[in-house]
Design a protein around this ligand. Structure first.
Ligand code: SER
Length: 319
């Protein structure tokens, strides 16, 4: 466990994972011990906030010194679909951001959390129950920046003893932040449109099956991984992690239990479709289950019910 005198720094706090992780970490460590940061000013509730660009290593090191940071969650990254629009920028942010943090961890002994993704897999990877160790060959800049990042994490652990831990998240679904530049984001957008318009045009085709996870499970997995004793973390590249898998049609059927009139049709976006076609349909996460007792709680149905209640509630408060 982290010593109580050490603060936690979350980089990329305003994003989909950051927004939820900051509040969970503040429950665990106390609001003033968790420093939220992002490239732009944001209001993330009680607790310190710093405007920080992870590519600025000296600014990063100043924040770490000023707050006595002992643990960093590096969540700033460009996701798959936006990354294809800005390949070199995506590589720069995703790679050099990580290297800045790993270097700082090597110099100061800080513990690091860094997310990887199902995007590390490619079209030659076995699609069903994709194993932990298999053919990778990702085709997106996002995917191969994550794969290279995994190699760097393992390298810094083996070579310098850096305590770095990582999960390969599936597509993440949550109601607290709007969808933002990923390929799996249709599964967030669809809820907003179903509630506002009763209709959604999916950018992925009817039978595209992808591994997904509800945000409370993703946050729980992250916390559990970070709290596990170091010797239980046998994989220092990144752990496969699974929730449940579905297609747009199956998600629409689950939504119709809450809104029977909901209509789904298709406006396929070729770039996102080809990214999705190169990713697994389901993931084998038995290593995570074995090493640190991972087990997800949510199913497609319970996720849909919870998303629905929360988004309908949030909407009725805002009108
Ligand atoms: N959910 C991410 C994306 O779609 C993958 O990690 O880009």
């Amino acid at each position: 466990m982290l010593s109580s005198t050490k603060a936690v720094l979350v980089i990329g706090s305003s994003g989909q994972i950051g927004a939820e992780l900051v509040s969970r970490l503040r429950e665990i460590h106390g609001a003033d011990q968790v420093v939220a940061s992002d490239i732009r000013q944001a209001d993330l509730g009680d607790g310190p906030f710093e405007v920080l660009n992870v590519l600025d290593k000296s600014a990063l090191s100043t924040v770490v010194k000023n707050y006595g940071v002992g643990e960093i969650y590096l969540l700033a990254a460009m996701l798959s679909a936006v990354g294809e629009e800005h390949p070199l920028k995506a590589w720069d942010l995703n790679m050099n951001g990580l290297l800045n943090v790993l270097e700082l961890a090597r110099e100061t002994g800080i513990r690091v959390y860094w997310p990887s993704s199902i995007a590390v897999f490619g079209s030659n990877t076995p699609k069903e129950n994709t194993p932990q160790h298999t053919i990778m060959e990702p085709s997106t800049v996002y995917g191969f920046s994550k794969l290279a990042g995994e190699r760097w994490c393992e390298y810094y652990h083996k070579r310098y003893g850096v305590d770095v831990r990582s999960l390969r998240y599936p597509g993440l679904i949550g109601w607290k932040t709007p969808p933002g530049g990923g390929t799996t984001d249709y599964a967030v957008h669809i809820f907003h449109e179903a509630i506002e318009k009763g209709h959604y045009a999916s950018f992925l085709s009817a039978n595209t099956r992808l591994p997904m996870m509800y945000m409370p499970d993703a946050i729980e997995a992250t916390i559990r991984l970070m709290q596990a004793p170091s010797e239980q973390i046998r994989i220092r590249s990144s752990y496969n992690l699974a929730g449940f898998s579905f297609t747009p049609e199956e998600l629409a059927a689950a939504i119709r239990k809450h809104q029977p009139e909901f209509r789904l049709d298709y406006a396929i976006q070729p770039v996102r479709q080809s990214i999705a076609d190169s990713w697994p349909a389901s993931i084998d996460d038995s290593e995570a289950r074995k090493d640190w007792n991972w087990k997800p709680e949510f199913t497609l149905e319970s996720m849909t019910a919870d998303m629905w209640v929360n988004l309908v509630g949030a909407r009725s408060q805002s009108v």
